[in-house]
Ligand binder design. Structure first.
Ligand code: ZN
Length: 316
């Protein structure tokens, strides 16, 4: 069943396209969001493929897929933010029914999708400027042992080589009186096992990465026993776990010349890249100070002061 939810904000309007699959047998509800960032295409294209792939006759439970959470960002080819109000949808959860358009979108997703979910998956990729290595991630908190553990198993089941633990202990957004900010954090705060996929880079709709996401979601459905057991064995799968992430940010505005790509293993002292001013004068050379794997690195020339240049995962 396809549903289009209209949203109006002043003179502007948009829609949220949502697909609901009701299985022939009762079971849990899996909520999925794609296109929270409308310039991240593999998640959006994978959600389109899932319309064809999911057979409700074989399905136990319900799947709610937000096809494109941020349609204005998608149609106007706007990285990170909704161009209508300039807000990043993944920083305004749980949203506000009386707020700006982006806040209204978040509120609809919170009340209509997240609040109905027993399990939750938010799918992202590298935005226009982001060179990114594919991975799955799960939310973890010492006070939510069961939802953390279930999330970890879901993340592994997605079938990506790398699984990242989002350590939410002590994070302000986990406090009851603080906004959750992130889409999947809103789900996790409700004690729903919550995972993210990050797959795709530099705003490209790469078919192989789209397929990887689609397969990941099908794997997850098998894991949750919402689809019948698959015959394929994945016992050979060796997941690499990443417990800590290091964020390297720029102290300059200018032009970035990366020396490495996402997925590269690095050790202390290796050059990540350098930044010049607008006349080619080198302002800074950035070196790695701990070993790990590059999860994300800026892959296009512009750089701003305070921006994240790279994220490095520490291998356990
Ligand atoms: Zn994103």
């Amino acid at each position: 069943m396809h549903v289009t939810i209209p949203i109006a904000s002043g003179k502007e309007s948009t829609v949220i396209p949502i697909t609901i699959f009701h299985g022939t047998q009762d079971g849990p509800t899996l909520g999925i969001t794609a296109g929270v960032h409308g310039y991240e295409y593999p998640p959006i294209m994978a959600a389109q493929q899932l319309i064809e792939q999911i057979n409700v006759d074989q399905l136990t439970g319900t799947i709610i897929i937000v096809q494109i959470a941020n349609v204005p960002s998608f149609l106007q080819r706007s990285p990170f933010v909704n161009p209508i109000d300039g807000k990043n949808l993944n920083r305004v959860f749980p949203g506000d029914a009386l707020g700006t358009m982006t806040e209204q979108i978040a509120e609809i997703i919170t009340t209509q999708v997240i609040a109905r979910s027993d399990f939750f998956l938010d799918i992202h990729g590298g935005d226009a400027s982001e060179d990114l290595m594919p991975y799955a991630a799960y939310y973890d908190n010492a006070e939510q042992v069961s939802s953390s553990q279930q999330g970890k198993l879901m993340a592994i089941a997605l079938g990506f080589d790398h699984v990242i633990r989002f350590n939410t202990n002590g994070k302000e957004y986990m406090e009851e009186d603080q906004p959750s900010l992130y889409c999947s954090a809103e789900a996790f705060k409700r004690n729903i096992p919550s995972v993210d996929i990050e797959c795709g880079k530099l705003g490209k709709a790469t078919p192989s990465l789209t397929h990887k996401i689609e397969q990941g979601v099908l794997n997850l459905l098998h894991h949750l026993q919402m689809l019948p057991d698959k015959l394929l064995s994945d016992s050979n799968q060796k997941t690499i776990h990443i417990d800590q992430r290091m964020f390297i940010s720029s102290i300059h505005q200018g032009i970035f010349y990366p020396a490495k790509s996402a997925g590269a293993y690095v050790v202390e002292g290796m050059k990540l890249g350098y930044i010049t001013d607008f006349f080619g004068q080198v302002l800074d050379t950035i070196y790695v100070d701990k070993p790990g794997i590059i999860l994300l690195i800026i892959g296009t020339p512009p750089v701003n002061k305070g921006e994240t240049l790279a994220v490095i995962g520490e291998i356990e």
